[in-house]
Structures are given as structure tokens and as C-alpha cells.
Design a protein around this ligand. Structure first.
Ligand code: ZN
Length: 1074
């Protein structure tokens, strides 16, 4: 029902609607803790740094898990007038003292309309930031400094393991129990290169304190330090089913990191970081190198926990509208059990001293064998900016500089690198300032070996030129407005505001610096603005380029070479190692190992007894509101176009979507849609080149994006297919916003062949890295394309078919440009019509009212004539089982069928049951005992497609067996009332997921498009709330069809597919893509 509500914030990839379900805002992520997630979710924050670059997400460096820091990260909520004064009374001091805490300092922070109090726990020295305001989305986080000494992945394995049961909650995975049965708005854990972070959030205070208690007990009293089997399961172990078999390595983190080490972008990131910091903790991998992980011993693991998971080494964060005294009370009960330790001295991160001269590193990465390796090199230049301290204003100025250099497609460094055609896409994330010392990285991938030198020279000469000439004032104004807009709008998407604030504060606090300072941007911002006004941008920015980059001797150039043999060499080395292990074992050893493997599996597959599960706190159904969340919606008409208005408090921002119908488009033009969308924003008009157009958008608005949207509609044969233009602006700039939307729609000229060719190369590079990193999403799209028309369209716009199209198009651009250009023109012709157009606006009543005249003027300019030709796309891909071969060490396995076609009628219980299957059966079998990083299922209730997917999976056919046994699992399931209730509450938590105003307005638009009425929402909610065991049994019959008739798509390694085809006589049709 409201799965579409799990939307990402304001930046959308150009892939179609399916992204919402499997993409980076999805369940898979919420199910899987740790590194991957951290990167993905923090990416949302980083999008604010480069807010509306269409391809921004793909360009960003993701390996560090470091979010962009101080300057542009979002800050907290500001929805009400400031409280009169902080509660800095003697009385509150006394209460704190009584609870064992000393108030260190307290400030009212205007930027986030919050009172922040820093406490120290007297007995242990633990530090607590207690932030109070009126934000109902409460956040708690506990962070330990955990710098590793080697690449065995201790911090990462520990991060996974502490969530596997604790003293007070002695069940297998309280984390999963919380995922099943709480209303959390955020629940996860992240491993950084030097710290480990455990955050939770909820809008329900009872739920919130439940979550806090489970997390505190988990980090301080985990069972994993006594239970070797948890270490084996999450870290690594030898697996041997039968003494005569081969031994293999297993472990959740082990496989997760194999996946990470299969992705060239990740490898590059790691190599850059390690080369920049050879002398401190950043020189090793906190996530774990699969080659080194098996060296980790249980003793070292336990010792690491004992030493670093100590209150003296902790920073604790509370945020929101709950009672600040209660926070201290809860904490006191845990912290009082400890004495002071020396851990904070040992965990201090040492500064990396600057080099005296530049360094060069060459590394290989595994590439596909059939690939053309001519243009597959990567080169990245990195600088460590300082080994001293930077003042706040310098940090802020560097943040601006970063935006000026790289923030938008029009930014000179980014633009010049891409226009050079020396490479396909940007690598390196620009400025990174979340570790102890800031760094700057930039480079290109998809470079031919001969051009590497040229890329390096171009980077340097461009920076030199910019240091000499500076930036033009329109560019500076555009960056300034973009940054200020995102600071004031404070839109963190689905990420809790309090969490983004915490991560920002932590960026300094974790190094024992002032935790308040990163929260206060107003003063340094004003002072920077004043300086720019007074001295001019040149005097402000140019010396920084000079000092921190050009004259900085600590430069590391990393070159990555594709190596088609590396993948198989790595595998052979692993096999050899395992054979040695086997050879060193006696018969008894082998028998014992087989027995231990059995024992571990048995333990993993035995569910917790219901009595044990009762210890995990949960809400009761009485705590759940009976009605779904309402979004005020008024439907009207302007110039014959339907307009949806949502009167919501948006802090003076207007959000608008203009939806055009794609249904009249000729079928062969479909795959051009994503490039058409990009061209609208990045091609320029007759009067404005694309740089000027981009700057104008930056100066006047909060950003504009254009992307396709597709979905099936329940009960209808024809799918939805739209192009959506999204924009936002301050209340006083609404006229500019609509003028600019009109301008990009009508005035942009599709004449720049060179730029278009760049778009094609970038998109191709993006699709290729998606294949390795998000194979599950690629598999899901492919499955859908075999099952329904909407899926087929999505696949044309963002799947393997799209990649094939792009590869062909890259050649065609040179020879058939005029044809392509006129195709783009005819797409515009068939889209731009008032017929089928819908406008959605979200803002306060006054702004809505004022915006009417601009909207009306805008719609006047759109042709009213209906485009000719009705097209019906009923295409599908053939219903064959397909293996998509890519160079990878881990697989992504999917299977799906349409259960409506099998006779199933939608019932709200299906949400509860799908979630339950994902959190129990698939979690236990695919992840815990199968060793995959994730296993989940999805029911698209619009199309009726029920699908299973695995993520970074060492298995292939075995995973399919697990899928096929799901119906039986449901049939034999014994479900007690508590478990059922938890499952229902957890589902409501998803359905009611917390949304900022723009997301509320947007969800309401999507419901309108999909024909979901308020009545239906109420019915589904009641069905969810009344789910019973009977429904589980019925659903088992419904999904039987997936087992019987389901189609399979796997994104997998060549070896595994060959083995599978030998074992199961040509089961897969093989499609070698990379
Ligand atoms: Zn992990």
C-alpha cells in the first residue's frame, strides 16, 4: 500500500519506479546492518552536498562511509519558535548529579532550535549530548572509538555480532526482533574507519526507550564475547558438510567484504585511503579484507570488545521531544556498572604526518574476461589537506570550494574532466572531512592506459587555472544559494534529522573536540559571505587551492589496471589455502569439523522459543493508531490541468511536481528517456549555455530534477508511465521556479552532440558499476521485465536492455547524431501536453495561494493539443531462466512470479506475511546459514509480482531451494499471539514510516496516480491489524505458484553458473554482460 512511501528524498536516479522498491531506500538495506548500508544511507545526506546533480550519487566516493561533514550537512528541525531559555537551572544540575552526571556545558543552538547539553558521567567519564527540541522523531546513538590495527575486520564483525543477543535479551538476534516488531524510523549500525556507531530512532516514546534499552544492553553485555558460534557465523569459519567434501570459508562479514572487494570503485577507494594514510589506523581496512579476515582469532575479538566497548570510550547522543531526565536515568543504570578505563587514550587516532613529496600507487582490479580492457583504467589524485587543525571558517570555505569545483554538472573541474573525453565518469568524492584529517580526491574511470598521464595533467592544469583566474560571480552565487537553501530547508529525506545532526557533531566530538561547534553554521557562514562580498571570491577561494592542493606535497596518485586474471587467481589462492588447511587435518579433525558445521547450522536454524522472545520489548496493538496518516489534499483544476494541493508546513519552501504522460511515445524511443531527462537539465538553450542554465537554477531555486516513473496499476493491463519534473524554491521564488521549469521543457536545444556523447558514456559506466554493486536490483528489474509491461519499460530505462542500448548508442552518436537529435525532439513533442498532465504542489496555504498565478501562466505555455497516436506497450522479455555473468565473487539470485495470475486477491495481511518471511525464513536460511549478506522478498501489490532476492550470496541453486521451501515454511509455521502481534506492529511501522512534508505531498501524488483511495488505505490497514494464522496458510498457497512457475534471474560469476548448469542440465540461459 504505502511501500512507495519509502521514497528517497529529492534526488532520483533516472532508473524507473522499481528503484523505489529495490533501490537504495529499500528493505534490503534496512535488513542488513553495517557498512554497505551506512554508505547507502549516508549517501542521502551527501546528496545535499551536491544537491541536484542528476547523477550525483554515482559520482560520489562511497568507500569511506564518511558523510560530508560540517559545511552542508543538514541540521535539525526548526518548526517552532525558540524556547525562552535553556533549562540551565540549579535544579536540573542537581537532578543530573543525583543520577551520576555532571553538566559540562549547555547551549541553545539557533540553527536547529534546540537546547543541547553536554554531560559527563562521573564514574566512567562517558560523554552525553542531550539535545531537546520539538522533533517527534527521537534519536539515540552510542558511538565507540574503534580504530583497528589490522585488516581482520574486528570492528565490523563486532558491529554485526553485538546485535546477536545480550544479557537481558538472550535471543539469537534482538536486532531482527526489533525490525519485526517495532515502530522504529531508523535502526542500524555503522562501522567507520575509526568508530562504530549504533543509532535508533522512533516517534513513539515507549518504542523509543525499548529500542534504546536493547541497544545499550547489546553493546555493553553482548553474548558474542562468550559464544564462539556467533563469531563464526558473523565473522568467519571453515565449513565442511561431509568429511569427504572440500572445505570452504563462510561468514556474513566475510561474504559481505568479498562483495565489496569485487567492486572496482570500492577497491579504488580503499587503495586511495590506505595510500594517503600509511602510518595510522586508516592504513588498514576496518571492514576487513577477505584475505586477512581468516587470521582473526576469537581471543583478539573478545579483547577488542573488552577494551573499546567501554563507557569511558563512548559518546552518547539523545535528541528529540522526550524527557531529558529520563535519558540520564536510563543511561545511569548501564554506565554505573563500570569504572573508569584507559581506553580513550589507546583509541586515540594518530595524525598522519604530511609526506615530503608525491607518491604513486598502481593496483590491479578483477575485470571480466571478455571485456574490452582498452578503456578500463582508473586514475585518481588524492591530497591529504593538513596535519594540523583547521578553523571552522576554513573548513566551511573548503566545503564551498568543493561545491564550486565539483558540485554540479556545470562546475568547472567536473565539467572539464568529463568534456575531455579522456574517461567515462568521475571518481573520487572531492572533499572528505569526516575523518581526523580532511582530504580531497578526484579522477576518472574508463580511461585508456595511454591517457592516464593526460588525466593527471588535466586535473593539475585545471586546478592551476582556477587558482589563477578564480570562479565567476554567478557560479559563486549559485553555490551559495544552493548551500544556504539546503541548510535552511534541512531536508534529510527518510533519514532522521536528529541522526544527521548527531553524525555531524560526532565528526568533531569523536576526536575530543567541541561537539557544539559543528552544529552552528550561521556565524561562519555570514562571515564567509561578508568576506566574499568584501574581498571578492578570488581572494577567498584561490589561495585555498594554492595552499591545500597545488603546493601540498602529500599527493597520492592511484592508478587501477583491469586484470581479467585477478578474479580467478584470487579464487585459486583461496582454494589452495583451504586445501592446505584440509591437508593439515587428521581424519578425526575432519570429522570434528563436519560435526561442528552441523552443530552451527542446527543452532542457526532452530528458532528461539516463544518464551525467550518475550524478553524483547514490544508495543501492544493498543498503541497503534487505527487510522492511516492523512495528507491534506485538495484537488482542483488550472487551465484544464488537474492540480493537487497539499497544505503542509514547509518552512517557506514550495515543492512541486509536474507529471507528463509518456503513453504516447513510440516504443523505440523509450530507452532514450533517461538521456532526454538529463539533456533537459544539462544541454542549455539558445540564449543560455548549460553552465549558465545550471547556475540560474542554482541561484533561483532549491533544485530541479527530471526522471521517468513507471508502475503497474492493480487491475489494469496498461502500466503507468510518466516523466516527472520536480522542483523546489523558497516562497518568494515560485515565479522563477515555474519559469525555469518551462524553460527547460521548452527552450532546451538538443544540439550538443559532444555533451550528449558524454551522457551516454557516463550512463554506461554507471550501469556497469550497478551490475556489480547492485546486482539484486538489476535482477529484480529483469524479472519484472519478463512478467509485466511496467517491468519491461523499467528494464528499457535502467536494466540490461538499457545497457545494451547505451553500448550501441555510443557508436551511433557519431554517425547518426541528427537522427538522435530529432528523436529527442519528438520525445518532447509527444510528452509536452496538458492532456494527461498533473501538477502537485506542497506548501503552506499562503504560498499555495500565491503560486496559483505562476502555475496558471506556466500551464498556459504548455500545448493543449493531444499528442497523436496511442501506443500500447505490451512487450515482455522471454520467460526463460537467465544468468547474467559478471566478474564477481558473490551472486545475486532472484526468482519471481505473478501471484494474481494464480488467483490471489490482495489482502493487507500480505504485507505482514512478506515482511515476516523476509525477517525469519529468508534471513535465517539465506543470510545466517547460507552466508549471504541479505535475503529478502518483495510483493509488488500493483503488479502482483512476488519475488525473492538475495544479496552478495555465495550460493546459487541452494538459495533457490530455500525460496522454493517458503510455502512449506508458512504452512508448518506455528505462530503464537506475541509473534503475530509483533509482525503486525512492525508492518504498521513500515506503512506509517516517518515523512517530511515534501515526502508526504509526493506520496499522496503517487497514490493518486496509482488509484489508491483513502477508503482502500483504511481497509488495508484494518486487514493488516486483523492478520491471523489463517492468512499465513492462504498466502502459502498463493506463493506456491512462484515455486511451480516462477522465473529465475541470477547475476552471478561464470564459475558458479557453469557449475549450476552442469548440476541442473542447462538450467540457465547464459548472458555474459561484463
Ligand atoms: Zn556488515
Amino acid at each position: 500500500m504505502e511501500r512507495l512511501a519509502l521514497l528517497r528524498s529529492f534526488s532520483f536516479s533516472s532508473a524507473a519506479g522499481r528503484t523505489f522498491i529495490f533501490g537504495s531506500g529499500s528493505r534490503c538495506q534496512r535488513l542488513i546492518s553495517a557498512q554497505y548500508q551506512q554508505r547507502q544511507q549516508l549517501r542521502q545526506l551527501r546528496l545535499l552536498r551536491r544537491p541536484f546533480s542528476q547523477n550525483g550519487a554515482a559520482l560520489r566516493r562511497r568507500w569511506m562511509g564518511s558523510r560530508r561533514g560540517f559545511s552542508i550537512a543538514p541540521q535539525a528541525v526548526s518548526t517552532s519558535p525558540a524556547p525562552t531559555s535553556p533549562s540551565g537551572t540549579d535544579e536540573s544540575n542537581e537532578i543530573a548529579l543525583k543520577l551520576g552526571f555532571k553538566k559540562v556545558s549547555e547551549e541553545f543552538i539557533d540553527e536547529c532550535k534546540s537546547t543541547a547539553t553536554l554531560y559527563k558521567h562521573l564514574k566512567t567519564g562517558a560523554e552525553i549530548m542531550s539535545v531537546t527540541n520539538d522533533d517527534e522523531n527521537k534519536v539515540f546513538g552510542i558511538v565507540f572509538r574503534t580504530p583497528p590495527k589490522d585488516s581482520t575486520g574486528i570492528p565490523h564483525i563486532l558491529e554485526h555480532s553485538v546485535l546477536c543477543g545480550s544479557r537481558k535479551y538472550p535471543v539469537k538476534e534482538p536486532f531482527v526482533e526489533l525490525l519485526k516488531g517495532s515502530l522504529n524510523t531508523f535502526l542500524n549500525a555503522f562501522t567507520y574507519p575509526d568508530r562504530t556507531c549504533y543509532p535508533v530512532a522512533s516517534t513513539n516514546v515507549k518504542d523509543f526507550y525499548n529500542l534504546v534499552d536493547v541497544y545499550l544492553d547489546a553493546v555493553f553485555f553482548p553474548k558474542c564475547v562468550e559464544e564462539y558460534q556467533t563469531f563464526q557465523q558473523e565473522g568467519w569459519h571453515y565449513e565442511l558438510d561431509d568429511p569427504s567434501d572440500e572445505i570452504s570459508f563462510k561468514g556474513v562479514v566475510f561474504n559481505e567484504m568479498k562483495g565489496v572487494y569485487s567492486q572496482p570503485d570500492n577497491i579504488l577507494g580503499r587503495v586511495c585511503q590506505q595510500a594517503l594514510f600509511p602510518d595510522n589506523t586508516y592504513g588498514v581496512d576496518s571492514g576487513g579484507d577477505p584475505k586477512v579476515i581468516p587470521q582473526l582469532t576469537f581471543e583478539d575479538f573478545k579483547e577488542f570488545h573488552r577494551k573499546y566497548y567501554h563507557p569511558s570510550n563512548a559518546k552518547i547522543w539523545f535528541y528529540g521531544d522526550d524527557d531529558p531526565t529520563e535519558r540520564l536515568r536510563i543511561l545511569g543504570a548501564y554506565l554505573d556498572q563500570y569504572d573508569m578505563s584507559l581506553a580513550p587514550n589507546e583509541s586515540r587516532v594518530q595524525l598522519q604526518k604530511l609526506f615530503s613529496g608525491p607518491v604513486r600507487v598502481v593496483e590491479k582490479y578483477p575485470a571480466g574476461e571478455g571485456e574490452d580492457h582498452g578503456k578500463k583504467h582508473m586514475v585518481c589524485l588524492n591530497w591529504l589537506l593538513t596535519d594540523g587543525e583547521l578553523d571552522l571558517e576554513t573548513e566551511l570555505t573548503l566545503g564551498f570550494l568543493d561545491h564550486l569545483l565539483l558540485g554540479t554538472p556545470a562546475s568547472p573541474l567536473r565539467r572539464i574532466l568529463l568534456e575531455s573525453r579522456l574517461g567515462e565518469a568521475i571518481v573520487g568524492g572531492g572533499m572528505e572531512d569526516e575523518l581526523l584529517q580532511p582530504q580531497f580526491s578526484i579522477g576518472l574511470k574508463g580511461v585508456s592506459e595511454d591517457d592516464i598521464q593526460k588525466v593527471e595533467e588535466l586535473v593539475m592544469s585545471t586546478l592551476e587555472k582556477l587558482a589563477e583566474e578564480g570562479f565567476d560571480s554567478d557560479a559563486v552565487e549559485a553555490s551559495m544559494n544552493t548551500i544556504e537553501f539546503s541548510l535552511r530547508e534541512n531536508n534529510t529525506g527518510s533519514f532522521p534529522r536528529g541522526l544527521s545532526l548527531m553524525l555531524r557533531s560526532m565528526g568533531k566530538w569523536i576526536y575530543d573536540k567541541n561537539p557544539f561547534e559543528p552544529l552552528k553554521y550561521e556565524k561562519p557562514l555570514q562571515s564567509l559571505k561578508a568576506r566574499i562580498a568584501e574581498e571578492g571570491p578570488k581572494a577567498v577561494f584561490c589561495p585555498l587551492i594554492e595552499k591545500f592542493i597545488l603546493k601540498n606535497p602529500h599527493r597520492v596518485t592511484v592508478e587501477m589496471q583491469p586484470d581479467p586474471k585477478k578474479g580467478s587467481e584470487d579464487e585459486a589462492a583461496e582454494r589452495e589455502l583451504l586445501e592446505k588447511v584440509r591437508a593439515s587435518m587428521t581424519e578425526e579433525d575432519l570429522a570434528e569439523l563436519a560435526r561442528a558445521t552441523q552443530e552451527l547450522r542446527l543452532k542457526q536454524e532452530t528458532p528461539d522459543p516463544p518464551e525467550a522472545l518475550k524478553c524483547v520489548p514490544s508495543l501492544s496493538l493498543d498503541d497503534i493508531p487505527r487510522k492511516p496518516t492523512q495528507v491534506p489534499t485538495e484537488i482542483g483544476e488550472v487551465n484544464g490541468v488537474k492540480v493537487l494541493r497539499h497544505d503542509l508546513f514547509t518552512n517557506d519552501v514550495l515543492y512541486s511536481e509536474v507529471v507528463f504522460d509518456m503513453g504516447h511515445l513510440k516504443q523505440d524511443l523509450l530507452p532514450l528517456i533517461p538521456l532526454f531527462c538529463q539533456s533537459l537539465l544539462e544541454m542549455g538553450t539558445k540564449d543560455l549555455d548549460f553552465v549558465q542554465l545550471n547556475q540560474l537554477i542554482g541561484r533561483k531555486t532549491g533544485g530541479i530534477s527530471v526522471y521517468p516513473f513507471t508502475s503497474s496499476v492493480r487491475g489494469k493491463a496498461d502500466p503507468l508511465s510518466h516523466v516527472i519534473v520536480r522542483g523546489k524554491a523558497m516562497g518568494g521564488r515560485v515565479e522563477d521556479l515555474f519559469n525555469l521549469i518551462r524553460c527547460i521543457l521548452q527552450d532546451v536545444q538538443f544540439t550538443d552532440q559532444k555533451r550528449f556523447k558524454q551522457f551516454v558514456s557516463q550512463s554506461k559506466a554507471r550501469m556497469e558499476s550497478r551490475l556489480r554493486g547492485s546486482g539484486h536490483a538489476v535482477a529484480a528489474t529483469r524479472l519484472d521485465a519478463k512478467l509485466n509491461a511496467a517491468g519491461w519499460i523499467s528494464e528499457q530505462l535502467g536494466g540490461i536492455s538499457y545497457l545494451e542500448f547505451l553500448r550501441n548508442l555510443e557508436r551511433r552518436v557519431d554517425e547518426e547524431w541528427s537522427e538522435i537529435s530529432s528523436s529527442l525532439e519528438s520525445i518532447r513533442g509527444s510528452l509536452l501536453s496538458r492532456e494527461g498532465c498533473i501538477v502537485n504542489v506542497t506548501a503552506e496555504a499562503k504560498i499555495l495561494e500565491e503560486s496559483n498565478k505562476y502555475l496558471s501562466k506556466f500551464l498556459d505555455a504548455i500545448p493543449s493539443s493531444s499528442p497523436s497516436g496511442i501506443t500500447s506497450w505490451t512487450s515482455r522479455l522471454p520467460l526463460t531462466n537467465e544468468a547474467i555473468i559478471v566478474p564477481t565473487q558473490v551472486n545475486y539470485v532472484g526468482k519471481a512470479a505473478n501471484i494474481y495470475e494464480g488467483g490471489y486477491n490482495l489482502h493487507g495481511s500480505s504485507y505482514v506475511i512478506s515482511k515476516y518471511i523476509g525477517n525469519t525464513w529468508l534471513w535465517d536460511r539465506v543470510r545466517v546459514s547460507g552466508g549471504a549478506y541479505g535475503g529478502f522478498c518483495d510483493f509488488d501489490n500493483h503488479s502482483g509480482v512476488f519475488s525473492y532476492l538475495s544479496y552478495r550470496d555465495p550460493n546459487l541453486l541452494k538459495t533457490l531451494d530455500v525460496y522454493d521451501a517458503t510455502a512449506n515454511f508458512l504452512r508448518e509455521l506455528e505462530l503464537d499471539d506475541d509473534t503475530l502481534q509483533k509482525a503486525i506492529i512492525g508492518t504498521i511501522g513500515d506503512v506509517d514510516s516517518y515523512q517530511l512534508p515534501d515526502a508526504k505531498g509526493y506520496s499522496s501524488l503517487l497514490r493518486h496516480l496509482l488509484g489508491i483511495s483513502e477508503e482502500e488505505r483504511q481497509i488495508r490497514r484494518e486487514e493488516i491489524l486483523s492478520t491471523s494464522v489463517k492468512h499465513f496458510r492462504e498466502f502459502a498457497d498463493a506463493i506456491e505458484v512462484v515455486k511451480e512457475k516462477g522465473v529465475v534471474v541470477a547475476v552471478a560469476s561464470a564459475d558458479d553458473v557453469t557449475k549450476a548448469n552442469e548440476e541442473k542440465g542447462g538450467f540457465f540461459e547464459v548472458n555474459k554482460v561484463l
